[in-house]
Design a protein around this ligand. Sequence first.
Ligand SMILES: NC(=O)c1ccc[n+]([C@@H]2O[C@H](COP(=O)([O-])OP(=O)(O)OC[C@H]3O[C@@H](n4cnc5c(N)ncnc54)[C@H](O)[C@@H]3O)[C@@H](O)[C@H]2O)c1
Length: 253
Amino acid sequence: MKLQDKVAIVTGAASGMGKAIAKIYAREGAKVIVADLNLDGAEEVVKGITENGGVAKAVQVNVAKQEDIDNMIDIAVAEFGTLDILVNNAGIMDGFEPVGDILDERWDMIFDVNTKGVMRAMRKALPIFLEKGKGNIINTASTGGLNGAHAGATYGASKHAVIGLTKNTGFMYAQKGIRCNAIAPGAVETNISASMKNVNPFGMERTKVVQGVIPRIGQPEEIAQVALFLASDESSFVNGTVITADGGWTAAF
Ligand SMILES: NC(=O)c1ccc[n+]([C@@H]2O[C@H](COP(=O)([O-])OP(=O)(O)OC[C@H]3O[C@@H](n4cnc5c(N)ncnc54)[C@H](O)[C@@H]3O)[C@@H](O)[C@H]2O)c1
């Protein structure tokens, strides 16, 4: 097993990619904190893991709240003794708004969840990793964090920021035994469209040309395999970088 006795936190783990990551980590021997805003969904995932002989605990977290993040990491340590792997995966979409149509409240909410939540969880986990002399951070970014028109301006900016944060962190702590990488998924079949409220017709229309060259939609399990690679020692020399998993979509650009 690739993650025997490791303790992992996966945020946004009640659905989509986070759920697939939590399941594969547990199957590979990790004890997993299944963290999500949706507690019922998180508990359902834990039920599935424990029925298959794995170890997991559900924690309700709003990653936009500092106290929830602190609580999530404190619970991992109290319950399982330490923290080895932090997967910052929770995220929400915008409504494909171009900059001219951005509303401050929506910008703030998306950055609080997609970007500030990632920073805060990393900041809280770092003292644990520094004390151990090892730790592993995996952030779910997006191909929208590498390119200009995979969603609206806010989502794209929030994910570009996650990539910048990932690279800086990977370099800063490279000699402290801590690795930090991001995954840039392309289009994946999940429930993320539920967070797409008040879709902007102009923005949506402009991104259609880009979506027109998507070779195929991926499955959450295909992203979970990348997250497993990054969490395991097989990727020991991979640090401060982004792995794109998009079925060849962005090869078109
Ligand atoms: N689906 C795609 O095509 C795609 C592509 C690129 C990147 N991503 C990114 O992948 C990540 C996972 O998304 P998904 O596609 O699996 O979507 P999903 O909606 O299926 O799952 C996201 C989960 O995050 C949770 N969540 C939302 N806001 C939260 C908050 N404030 N605090 C805690 N949990 C919260 C939701 O309850 C949900 O369970 C996101 O960061 C998303 O931006 C998705």
